[in-house]
Design a protein around this ligand. Structure first.
Ligand code: RUB
Length: 327
């Protein structure tokens, strides 16, 4: 498969989590495809499509759970392949790829602003908010609430094993928001003091189930027990179209080295480590999902997916989905 060194660098950065979080991953994928199109040396439409296709497949192979990644790739490749099928020439295909990539990035940035505005309305003066992992959508909501002059406090879980909660604590502190960092297993201990839980999403299924950092479902369970409302911030490009035809979202399992050292495992061969990176929170444990199209109950996730698909037409959308799955 032929694609540029730059694209390989971006793919590696996603794999190794130097670029992480559903939105940054989607942005990086769109940027990588723009660069691939800009710098392509292909001399025919066939060669160009082959190169873009190789690039798309490499990006898709990096991390399996964040649906924002296939949705970003699909947004761009769907438009390029449709033009190719209509007989577009090389320069047109290049232009269409770049423009589609830029359009996706514009939508991502716009969605973040709208979500920050809509989500911040759900926060009132004095709220204590618990969050898990590091979601750029949640950070945007909390910093917007702070900008509006609301006096809020945040409890952030450290998020083992990669400690993304430290990033959250740093980013919120820089925005002037007081943060208490806790170990993940202290979430239920503190839940009595919490007014609202805000988390991000890597994927939203058509039944409203939310896939997010491992531990999210336990936090949602503790929140339900304590009658604390759970809000999920999820741009519409995190909704999974495949789930309407019964596909399950793949949960990434990462290396045991993130949990214990190789030496430890060598010393104790009877010990094994499991390291799933995400879990599924059922819709019953989620109060509302905040999207850039408005706030919805999780049960309305199907409608969001349907409206995304109807923008390009169901048949074409699904045809391209199948095409990607064959990769
Ligand atoms: C990140 C994570 C985040 C979502 C949403 O996991 O679970 O909550 O991706 O993030 P990881 P955002 O660190 O393994 O990528 O709101 O920025 O899209």
């Amino acid at each position: 498969m032929k694609f540029s060194v730059k694209l390989e660098e971006i793919a590696k950065a996603i794999e190794e989590m130097r670029i992480r979080g559903a939105t940054p991953i989607a942005r990086a994928a769109a940027e990588a495809l723009i660069i691939e199109a800009e710098e392509s040396r292909a001399s025919t439409p066939d060669e160009f499509i082959k190169e873009m296709d190789g690039a798309a497949r490499r990006l898709l192979s990096t991390r399996p759970t964040a649906v924002s990644l296939p949705n970003a790739v699909r947004f761009i490749m769907f438009r390029v392949l449709s033009a190719y099928r209509r007989g577009a020439g090389l320069e047109d295909l290049r232009k269409i790829s770049i423009e589609a990539g830029r359009e996706f990035l514009r939508r991502v940035d716009e969605a973040k602003k709208v979500i920050a505005k809509i989500g911040s309305k759900r926060i009132v003066d004095g709220d204590i908010i618990l969050t898990h992992c590091n979601s750029s959508a949640v950070i945007a909501i909390l910093t917007e609430a702070k900008r509006q002059g609301k006096d809020i406090k945040v409890i952030a879980t450290e998020t083992r094993p990669k400690f993304q909660g430290r990033l959250t604590a740093m980013q919120l502190a820089e925005a002037g928001i007081p943060v208490t960092l806790i170990v993940d297993s202290a979430a239920r201990f503190f839940m009595k003091k919490v007014d609202k839980v805000f988390v991000g999403a890597d994927a939203v299924a058509s039944n409203g189930a939310v896939v997010n950092k491992i531990g999210t479902s336990m936090i949602a369970l503790a929140a339900k027990e304590a009658r604390v409302r759970v809000f999920v911030a999820a741009e519409t490009y995190k909704f999974s179209p495949e789930t309407i035809i019964g596909e399950l979202i793949k949960i990434e399992e990462r290396s045991p080295d993130e949990v214990v050292s190789k030496e430890f495992l060598e010393r104790y061969p009877l010990v094994s480590v499991r390291n799933p990176s995400f879990d599924v929170t059922p819709p019953d444990y989620i109060d509302l999902i905040i999207t850039e199209k408005g706030i919805i109950p999780p049960q309305a996730a199907y409608l969001i997916i349907q409206s995304e698909i109807s923008e390009v037409g169901y048949d074409d959308y699904m045809r391209y989905t199948t095409y990607l799955e064959e990769s």
